[in-house]
Design a protein around this ligand. Structure first.
Ligand code: NAP
Ligand code: SF4
Length: 672
């Protein structure tokens, strides 16, 4: 029995096969599915996760026929077109002791190609094409396509399939009257609407035989108007169990739902209640999912009986050895997913490959060999923010002798500011992870509270990396030195603000500062507070799990100001910006564009808006006007002939984000 996580490491006996533990790597599209050398890269990607202890892996979604393709990339193919190539993936996973399911996903009206299909002609708000309604014979053929693809998956070496029955894809679309207006045997009353999902499971079981895993991903909470009621969800779960499903996986929210379900502002394991409801009604195991990113949360979930497995997708991007570290008493060394979406989902949305902000090697396992050790050189890294930490630790792991200098008394740089923003608390986990990695490396010496001087850096280093970061930009308006003015760094560093605040600058940090100033304290009721804020009805009575929307109070009056006149939040993450903007609007933050700053005085700040003078009587002004690079040492080092490199904000402050900073630090360390 595992001494720390006994429930997570209790094997799960499925009758004909036993899973080694309860940690499942959930399905995630990585973009490798569409790249030319995608199969060997996916094989290496999944094999590392199998070696890293995943009890069960689910592949990215592949369509059982051409109609159902997501159409994310030009190279995408339906499963029957490419099943033979999948052997490279299944072989690699099995060689590393893992088990892998193929996810069969029919996108239905979410397909981004020109000819989507669906139960009825009801356009999705996230697709410009309305679907064509499938004929009754085509629906029956779709069932056969699932069954045929499952059989091909078995031949390709998969240990089973996951049938995607949630997130608003085709099977969800048939299940709900909001998208299913049919009057034939697949529409109308509930028993007809559920027919497609149940038939798919039944036919897949008939096709593949008894001793093979069929997991059905069930939408335990649709989070859209007219979604399934809890009674329908439970009935569906029982029906797919009777039709031959081995396991259930939870799905939360249709993709078009106006509720954030995986962002950092969603508390850990917030949806366990919905999985629990289904678990109590069926006899087959069920996985919980969404915002579970650490083994302690997983252990508590399984111990309480909320779920039998825990499905995590992004946490396996962040750390390929997640379960092995938990198993071996090294949970402190887990590189935790911080739910930023910046290098994974936001990339997929624009057709690029996914990687991970805190682990830039994810998806690039064949490009960067984790075990490569080069000749040992003496290298100084100046600055222990994200870029410097990524660089110094990677250099040391590659065999170099590294001295890491940090002016502050602690490591972490800008992440120390980010971690105090509500919803970004997990950024602190990245600092914990790097601290442990630094501790584990005998050839890396850390000097905190030490400003590196030219003298320090002239002591025979073969190279110097400047990761000295940024400083908040100071702006020049009359009265800017008034005591009511502070930088975002001062505010987030602990300086108190009054009840009325003007925020200058509406970039990522301006938005974060508004969140910091207005987010209500939840006093240990994080899940309840989140459910209330986003009008989620956790009772079994509502359709789709939605309650009547309510306004939200803020104890502060906040103005978010910018000079430009374009849309607010344009630079925020694609998958996260809408929710942050919506939360601030609900709390009454005034967003004012086209501002000219005139002066700050005892009465507040005087501005003009599109030429019209306006006075905002505020207690404080917080400046979030971007940053400037700190790299004073660069020219002197170059002048004395020291090979010197810049990474992160020191290299370029404009559009700096942690993704670029960590990636630059990591890739430079691979080259040196
Ligand atoms: P930013 O995104 O460049 O925004 C700076 C803001 O300051 C701009 O909106 C600009 O607006 C204003 N500004 C610039 N110069 C000014 C001046 N001289 N006087 C008055 N206003 C001025 O920078 P940031 O907010 O500091 O963010 C830094 C980086 O971190 C960005 O890349 C950002 O994307 C990233 N980040 C992202 C998030 C997120 O996505 N949630 C959160 C934090 C940070 P106007 O010119 O219109 O006035
Ligand atoms: Fe998690 Fe961010 Fe990495 Fe995506 S990019 S896996 S959200 S840490």
């Amino acid at each position: 029995m595992n001494p720390v996580f006994p429930h997570c490491f209790t094997p799960l006996d499925l009758g004909f096969v036993t899973l080694a533990n309860r940690f499942m790597m959930g399905s995630m599209h990585t973009g490798l599915e569409e790249t030319e050398d995608g199969f060997p890269r996916m094989a290496a990607f999944y094999a590392e996760r199998a070696a890293g202890g995943a009890g069960l892996i689910v592949s990215g979604g592949v369509s059982p026929n051409r109609d159902g393709m997501l159409g994310l990339g030009a190279g995408e193919r339906s499963f029957p077109d490419c099943h033979a190539e999948h052997r490279v993936i299944t072989g690699a996973v099995h060689d590393h002791g893992g088990r892998i399911l193929l996810q069969l996903l029919h996108a239905g009206r979410y397909a981004k190609h020109d000819h989507p299909v669906g139960p009825s002609v009801v356009r999705s708000p996230i697709n410009r094409h309305a679907p064509r309604a499938l004929g009754e014979d085509e629906v029956a053929q779709t069932v056969e396509d699932f069954a045929a693809s499952a059989l091909l998956a078995r031949e390709a070496g998969y240990d089973g399939v996951e049938i995607m029955g949630s997130e608003g894809y085709l099977l969800s679309q048939f299940l709900c009257a909001r998208t299913n207006l049919r009057t034939d045997r697949y529409g109308g009353e509930w028993n007809h609407r559920k027919r497609l999902a149940v038939d798919v499971v039944r036919r897949v079981r008939e096709s593949v035989g008894e001793d093979w895993i069929i997991m059905f991903r069930i939408s335990v909470l649709d989070l859209v108007e007219g979604g399934m009621t809890a009674a329908e969800v439970i009935d569906l779960a029982r029906s797919v169990q009777a039709a031959g499903a081995t396991l259930l996986d939870s799905g939360i929210g249709w993709h078009e739902a106006q509720v954030p379900t995986i962002m950092g502002l969603v508390p850990h394991a917030a949806f366990a209640f919905a999985t629990r409801r289904v678990r109590d009604a069926v006899d087959i195991p069920i996985a919980a999912c969404n915002r579970i990113n650490d083994p302690a949360t997983a252990e508590a979930l399984i111990e309480r009986g909320d779920a039998d497995l825990v499905s995590m997708a992004r946490p396996w991007l962040a750390d390929a050895a997640f379960a092995a570290k938990a198993r071996d008493g090294r949970a402190e060394s887990i590189n935790t997913c911080i739910a930023c979406n910046q290098a994974c989902l936001d990339k997929i949305f624009v057709g690029e490959e996914a990687t991970c902000l805190v682990n830039p090697r994810a998806g690039r396992e064949t490009l960067y060999d984790a075990t490569a050790v080069s000749a040992s050189r003496r290298i100084a890294v100046v600055g222990a923010g994200p870029a410097g930490l990524a660089c110094a630790t990677t250099l040391a792991e590659r065999g170099h002798r590294v001295d890491l200098f940090e002016t502050e008394s602690r490591i972490g740089g800008q992440f120390n500011l980010a971690r105090v923003i509500p919803g970004k608390e997990d950024y602190g986990e990245t600092i914990r992870y790097f601290a442990r990695r630094v501790d584990d490396l005998d050839n890396l010496s850390l000097y905190v509270g030490r400003r590196a001087t030219m003298e320090d850096l002239s002591r025979g280093y073969d190279a110097v990396v400047l990761a000295t970061g940024v400083t908040p930009r100071e702006i020049d308006i009359p009265g800017i030195d008034h005591p009511m003015v502070m930088s975002y760094a001062e505010l987030l560093g602990g300086r108190a603000a009054g009840a009325r605040v003007a925020v200058i600058g509406a970039g990522g940090i301006g938005f974060d500062v508004c969140e910091f100033l207005t987010a209500p304290r939840h006093d240990g009721r994080a899940v309840e507070h989140y459910l209330e804020s986003w009008s989620i009805d956790a009772s079994p009575d509502s359709a789709g799990g939605l309650a009547e929307p309510r306004g939200e109070e803020s104890s502060r009056t906040v103005y978010l100001l910018k000079r430009s006149s374009d849309r607010f939040g344009r630079t925020l993450g694609k998958s996260t910006g809408w929710a942050l903007r919506g939360a601030l609007q609900r709390r009454g933050v005034s967003m004012i564009a086209g501002v000219e700053y005139r002066r700050v005085d005892d009465a507040g700040i005087e501005i003009s808006v599109n030429g019209e003078p306006r006075r905002l009587s505020v207690d404080n002004v917080v400046v979030c006007a971007g940053q400037e690079s700190l790299r004073d040492l660069y020219e002197p080092l170059r002048a004395n002939g020291t090979p010197t490199y810049l990474v992160g904000g020191a290299e370029l402050a404009a559009e700096l984000d942690a993704r670029r900073a960590i990636e630059q630090g990591f890739t430079l360390a691979q080259r040196l």
